[in-house]
Design a protein around this ligand. Sequence first.
Ligand code: ZN
Length: 307
Amino acid sequence: MNVNQVHISEVGPRDGLQSIKSVMPTEKKFQWLEALFAAGLEEIEVGSFVPAHLLPQMADATEVVKYAKSLQAGTVLALVPNLKGAQAAISAGVDKLTIPVSASEAHSLANVRKTREEMIQQVAEIIQYKNTVAPHISVEVGISTAFGCTLQGTVPEAEVIAMAVSLAAVGVDEIGLSDTTGYANPAQVKRLFKQLYQELGPRAGAAHMHNTRGLGLANCLAAYEEGVRTFDASQGGIGGCPYAPGASGNVVTEDLVFMFEAMGIKTGINFEKLLEARKILQAALPQEPIYGMTPEAGIPKGFNING
Ligand code: ZN
């Protein structure tokens, strides 16, 4: 990949839609996904394979994966918390699996009712299964609460890096760091990604930043400066459990695209088409707040983002 190029992984259809109360109708998800791919996004996290009674927003994950694959437009990624979810996602036809693993023991127990050790074991089992039935599928882990945890507070950096090393040892292809709680700051982001690259080399993965305290873009830029070239973002900043009124949860895709393109770093995304996808999202979720400074203010005069 060119040094002046980044890869944005759209997580809105999963991270976004599963964190809000409204359930987006399947037909609207199809339209939105189609528009996002048409805007130039190369990878979309389209759903989560979890029991429908726990997350009714994700009950149509199989249909959504099948539809997204039928578009033949880019990488179709799904979140799976366990082997059963992985089996369902693989039979639906995903290209890539993402597994949530927490760096905080307290968060791991609360979120998946497993210790961190048990989660690494679970990841190993998923990879063994995947290697026998569908070896072409890649597996990524975004280590959640990597920058701090709402339950236990500080998460020691050495523990985060040790988790990453254990995950690489069981065969995870890409290991990224997620600021699940919006606690990260740019200096910390630089320190942790620097260590991640030292330990994992090319297996160091994406930065998944939140904008809870307004530092989402600053944290993405800090990660970029340490060599990160894949960034998770959510259209309209939906999801990511925003705690602060007026602040988005996930980093807003539109603002992230603007920042990189304004710096001369290519995203491959056409901004006009990205705004068309945003209109579909807004119309499908009229009662939900949709964030983004660039869509509100507009692209500066004479500025062109055409992918
Ligand atoms: Zn998120």
